[in-house]
Ligand binder design. Structure first.
Ligand SMILES: C[S@@+](CC[C@H](N)C(=O)[O-])C[C@H]1O[C@@H](n2cnc3c(N)ncnc32)[C@H](O)[C@@H]1O
Length: 251
């Protein structure tokens, strides 16, 4: 019997922002695995007949292996991530774990897209990512900080708008301040910034500020930091990046 492993992106949090495919996959799964807060975020989709495996942070590899194991024994499995599972989520680990199985014992696998935090945050702030942009994580758990800084410097120099994931958490307090300093090497202090916390959730907050004035201490684990390019402008309560890379254009 061939099982099915569906890797599901649940979106940024608000239930209205989940895709129909994600909702169906979680409802139809016999086994649902995920980091506990993400399972809480889709509790409305879970039923008593389902096996629900609540995972902890830093146990992503174990969770992916468990999900693959369930699916390899013929079960219908949903492995959930927030946002999009392929963006700093569970998709890579799940696909790698499947690839380790003998071809004859592999379950079917599908990866369902979700609205990633950068896009949810961008919509809340207006349209700051309307032209070329880059996403970076400031977490140095899986990428050495020297490499994070090298990439940040490169994208700052390339004048791309930026979405910074994992900007700050307990025990990782200095990285955002350092990232701000690195970007300031290439951009003026007046560059627009949006600090978007809990996008699409009831607690959603947005602070529009600048590189000079941004308050890094107000940023937490559920914040995405958006930094404009040289063409990004503040228009009332919105940040807008024209759809041309050339300063002065409004298209
Ligand atoms: C481990 S990453 C997971 C990203 C997720 N797979 C995605 O595609 O959005 C967690 C980071 O995503 C960002 N994030 C997730 N949900 C968010 C939300 N609702 N509002 C703002 N940022 C969010 C924060 O930067 C957080 O530290």
């Amino acid at each position: 019997m061939t099982g099915l492993l569906t890797v599901v992106g649940l979106g940024p949090g608000g239930t209205a922002h989940r895709t129909e495919a994600a909702v169906t996959a979680v409802r139809q799964a016999e086994v649902v695995l995920g980091y506990a807060p993400y399972l809480d975020g889709c509790a409305d989709l879970l039923g008593p007949e389902q096996t629900v495996v609540r995972g902890r942070m830093t146990e992503e590899g174990l969770r992916a292996a468990q999900a693959v194991e369930f699916a390899a024994t013929g079960r219908r499995v949903a492995l959930v991530s927030s946002g999009d599972a392929g963006v700093y989520g569970m998709a890579t680990l799940a696909l790698s774990a499947v690839a380790e199985l003998d071809p004859g014992t592999r379950p079917r696998v599908e990866v369902l897209p979700g609205v990633t935090a950068a896009l949810a945050a961008s919509a809340v702030a207006g349209a700051p990512l309307a032209h070329d942009f880059a996403c970076l994580t400031l977490s140095s758990l899986l990428t050495p900080w020297a490499e994070v800084e090298r990439r940040l410097r490169a994208v700052a120099a390339a004048d791309l708008a930026l979405a910074l994931y994992n900007p700050r958490s307990n025990g990782r307090e200095w990285q955002l301040d350092r990232a701000r300093e690195v970007v300031l090497e290439h951009r003026p202090g007046a560059t627009p910034v949006a600090l978007v916390t809990d996008a699409t959730r009831a607690e959603q907050r947005v602070a529009l500020t600048t590189l000079d004035d941004m308050d890094c201490s107000s940023v937490g684990m559920t914040t995405t930091v958006l930094i404009g390019s040289s063409t990004t402008r503040r228009i009332g309560d919105w940040l807008v990046t024209p759809r041309s890379a050339l300063p002065g254009s409004t298209t």
